[in-house]
Design a protein around this ligand. Structure first.
Ligand code: ATP
Length: 251
């Protein structure tokens, strides 16, 4: 579905040039959940912004369904870390989720059904009429996830989506992503700096080196489903994989 080939990005030029992403190649297959993990500042967000078409890479290419990405593709939704700046404060929760659907060629009834379905996936049906500022941080991030789901993108990109919420909410949101990904048959590419989170969520973990980043290793996560915060994280396979990722990042 997604093919990233020889992608690199340099900010600035001349003396001030800074190469954030060296050369990165990978693919994501339909239905996969792939996590990108790497040391702080290695260029994870830069890479994701290039994949999203928000930033033009200095070299290499990105293609979605075989079509070169230049500009933000229609078939893609992004969930950012900063949920408070992602939502429109003057619109209700339902209004925020509906907002991107206006250009999808859907009738009013279809839009209403999609909003109701997405809000029920994230457990926010009862908050449909509230405004973002009336919700907790975790609930606001659930609205952002619902908005992405209602859009039904071929690919959902998530940039450190749980970094700004408390530990318990983070665990709940991780499980929410695993659940809705099954229900909505989503393909997800998620960036995180949290090694445990990457192993817990992913089918494959892509480990990046320090900046200018390259792919150090791609690890297949052979953990059985459904995953569970306590038993999965306590399993021998989980501990082996998280140790492997930690060692790869350290080198
Ligand atoms: N707009 C910009 N102009 C210049 N340099 C930038 C810009 N955005 C990011 N950088 C630099 O590029 C490098 C990679 O940044 P990026 O945010 O992609 O890394 P990251 O791996 O997502 O970091 P973190 O894990 O800390 O969020 C950093 O050194 C950063 O300072």
């Amino acid at each position: 579905m997604l093919d990233v080939s020889g992608l690199g990005h340099t900010y600035g030029s001349g003396d001030k040039a800074h190469t954030a992403v060296g050369e990165v190649s990978f693919t994501v297959e339909p239905g996969e959940l792939v996590c990108i993990v790497g040391p702080s500042g290695c260029g994870k967000s830069t890479l994701l912004r290039c994949v999203a078409g928000l930033l033009e890479p200095s070299k290499g290419s990105v293609s979605l369904h075989g079509n070169a990405v230049s500009g933000v593709p229609d078939d893609l939704a992004v969930v950012f870390q900063d949920y408070s700046r992602s939502l429109l404060p003057w619109r209700t929760v339902a209004g925020n989720v509906e907002f991107p659907l206006r250009d999808r060629g859907l009738s009013k009834a279809q839009r209403r059904d999609r909003v109701a379905e997405a809000l029920s996936w994230v457990g926010l049906s009862k908050a449909a009429g509230k405004h973002p500022w009336q919700l907790s941080g975790g609930m606001q991030q659930r609205v952002c996830i619902a908005r992405a789901l209602a859009y039904r993108p071929a690919l959902m990109l998530m940039d450190e989506p749980f970094a700004s919420v408390d530990a318990q909410t983070r665990a709940d949101l991780e499980d929410l992503v695993l659940k809705v990904r099954e229900e909505a048959d989503m393909t997800v590419l998620l960036v995180t700096h949290d090694i445990d989170e990457s192993v817990y969520l992913a089918d494959r973990v892509l480990v990046l080196s320090g900046s200018p980043s390259t792919v150090v290793e791609t690890l297949k996560v052979d953990l059985p489903g459904p995953r569970d915060q306590i038993t999965t994280r306590g399993s021998e396979t989980f501990v082996r994989l998280r140790t492997e990722v930690a060692q790869l990042i350290r080198h």
